[in-house]
Design a protein around this ligand. Structure first.
Ligand code: CP
Ligand code: NVA
Length: 308
């Protein structure tokens, strides 16, 4: 069975195949209304459950629209309205949902929940974000980078700020697709050492540079994310903001990269915190292309999972 749980768990050939199919499907839809079905409707007759234990705009809408474009049907479920939110185990939930649907996408807290769901489900499971990773986002980001700048292999990506779940998936992608990553942020929020080790083990250069302006030198892409992820406790807000403020992506940081670096943010953003308005809306920002590409990337991920 093909689960899409994390980028380091697939082969780089599989990831490349998904990206190639996503780009082709995107091109094929040029000029089509958003609700028009894709040729061949490869998910015809398939039912997809989209389970959310955390809020979402992009993941919810892009998966729902993507399934419909592929000719399938969706059930969007809120974890707190399910028995899952009232004591039913994830293992039982997995076995029950598998009797009704052909594919399960889940956004949850602990990575263990995702892994347990995949262990007990008899249909493929897709990771729609956990506290630990966000692989669908980075597939969209890879598609976006290569549309604008060509192959990402050999490029330097700078991650500025919190070494969080999205950063972890970037490190997995670095190893799988052959790019280098420099992290610039406070030591207390350094990236996951296992993800760093994975990327290095695959031959990528991963550097930690506390000076953001030095880090930006030679970057093809600068990426940041919110200073407070959905799983971060409110009590940590002040401390995190104080630590992260020097790592804001602003005009000075983009200039230090040399003027040609793209800017990415998975969104939702807190404008004026992790990134300035000038950068978010600037000429090198591709944030809305990233959001659009969630749709195309995830359609290819679902086709890969279901082999259709
Ligand atoms: N980037 C992202 O996953 O956005 P949502 O939280 O809106 O789904
Ligand atoms: N790091 C953020 C990403 C949101 C899409 C979070 O986990 O809240």
């Amino acid at each position: 069975m093909r689960h899409f749980l994390d980028l380091h768990k697939l082969t780089s050939e599989d990831l490349r195949g998904i990206l190639t199919q996503a780009a082709a499907m995107k091109t094929a839809r040029t000029g089509q209304p958003k609700g028009a079905p894709d040729d061949g409707v490869p998910l015809a007759g398939r039912m997809v459950a989209l389970v959310f234990e955390k809020p979402s705009t992009r993941t919810r809408v892009s998966f729902d629209v993507g399934v419909r474009q592929l000719g399938g049907e969706t059930l969007v479920l809120s974890g707190k309205d399910m028995q899952l939110g009232h004591g039913e185990t994830i293992a039982d939930t997995a076995r029950v949902l598998s009797r009704y649907v052909d594919l399960i996408m889940i956004r949850t807290f602990k990575e263990e929940t995702l892994l347990e769901l995949a262990e007990y489900a008899t249909v493929p499971v897709i990771n729609g974000l956990t506290d630990a990773s966000h692989p669908c986002q980075i597939m969209a980001d890879m598609l976006t980078f290569e549309e604008h700048r060509g192959p990402i292999k050999g490029r330097k990506v700078v991650w500025a700020g919190d070494g969080n779940n999205v950063c972890t998936s970037f490190l997995h992608a670095a190893g799988q697709l052959g790019f280098d990553l420099t992290f610039t942020g406070p030591e207390a929020l350094d990236p996951d050492p296992e993800a760093v080790a994975f990327a290095r083990g695959k031959g990528s250069t991963v550097e930690i540079e506390r000076d953001p302006l030095k880090a930006a030198n030679g970057a093809s892409l600068i990426v940041t994310d919110t200073w407070m992820s959905m799983h971060d406790p409110e009590s940590a807000r002040q401390r995190r903001h104080a630590m992260l403020r020097p790592y804001q992506v602003n005009e000075a940081l983009m200039a230090a990269a040399g003027g040609n670096a793209l800017f990415m943010h998975c969104l939702p953003a807190h404008r004026g915190e992790e990134a300035s308005d000038g950068v978010m809306d600037g000429p090198n920002s591709v944030i809305f292309d990233e959001a659009e590409n969630r749709l195309h990337a995830q359609k290819a991920i679902m086709r890969w999972c279901l082999r259709v």
